[in-house]
Design a protein around this ligand. Structure first.
Ligand code: GRF
Length: 242
């Protein structure tokens, strides 16, 4: 965290387990990440992520998607909650509902997601299954800006590990998530430390055509572990991109 850096307000949108939420919360709590979670919002009333938010004393709310069969109305409810919480950034952490175009445009350049594949490969669901079926050598996760097209926004960071012949869907998921828990807080800290650094990237979000063709250096699992350990020990944000 830089001296005098103002804490950013994060609204974290969840639907499931909430392990990424927890990793982000821990980074905020230990002041590695100069941010506070101003709202945890779930579209599922029984998401474990909500229990995690409550245990951590974080402001939290549910907008039960089943009560809003009309997408537009769900979005209005979402916007009301978000306007009240006044976040600087919207962080998707296992949020399993597709955001509408209107919503994404309203928060353009301020929505970040983590996806369990090395984008642009394997957008969408069931990534671990598909990666194994394709006999990929490498798998991992990507942190990216959210644009209207699903999982197609400019990539901020990526981390990877080598798959073994013995890997299963469960083991691939577990290894991916281990990387996610390091990569997501680090990437958020990197973005927050100087959002203008990503000006070029966020600028592209103003186009309707998402652009994923810029080169992002994929961080290998071993290196990510070292960066994470260094960050935890010193609280000084390591350079992710050299
Ligand atoms: C993660 O694998 C993330 O990449 C994907 O959904 C999963 C959420 O896991 N978008 P959790 O709820 O954070 O444990």
């Amino acid at each position: 965290m830089k001296k005098n850096q103002k804490k950013a307000r994060l609204a974290v949108l969840v639907s499931g387990n909430g392990s990424n939420l927890q990793a982000i919360q821990e980074a905020c709590k230990t002041k590695r990440l100069c941010a506070e979670i101003c709202l945890v919002l779930s579209n599922k009333p029984h998401a474990k992520a909500l229990a995690r938010a409550q245990n951590a004393g974080l402001p939290n709310t549910v907008i039960n998607a089943q009560h809003y069969p009309e997408k537009g109305r769900f979005d209005t409810a979402l916007c009301v909650e978000l306007q009240r919480a006044a976040p600087d950034w919207i962080v998707l952490a296992g949020y399993m509902r597709i955001l509408t175009l209107t919503f994404i445009q309203a928060w353009k350049g301020r929505i970040i997601n983590i996806h369990p594949s090395l984008l642009p490969k394997y957008r969408g669901l069931n990534t671990h299954e598909r990666v194994l079926a394709a006999q990929e050598q490498e798998h991992g996760c990507s942190v990216h800006w959210v644009v209207p097209e699903l999982d197609a926004g400019p990539i901020i960071t990526q981390a990877s590990f080598n798959l073994k012949a013995s890997d299963t869907v469960d083991s691939a998921k577990e290894k991916t998530q281990q990387l996610e828990h390091m990569l997501y807080p680090l990437s958020l800290a990197w973005v927050l430390s100087d959002p203008t650094r990503f000006h070029g990237t966020t600028q592209r979000l103003t186009n309707q055509k998402p652009n994923v063709d810029h080169t992002v250096q994929i961080i290998k699992a071993d290196r990510l572990k070292k960066l994470d350990a260094q960050w935890r020990q010193t609280s000084k944000l390591p350079n992710l991109f050299d």
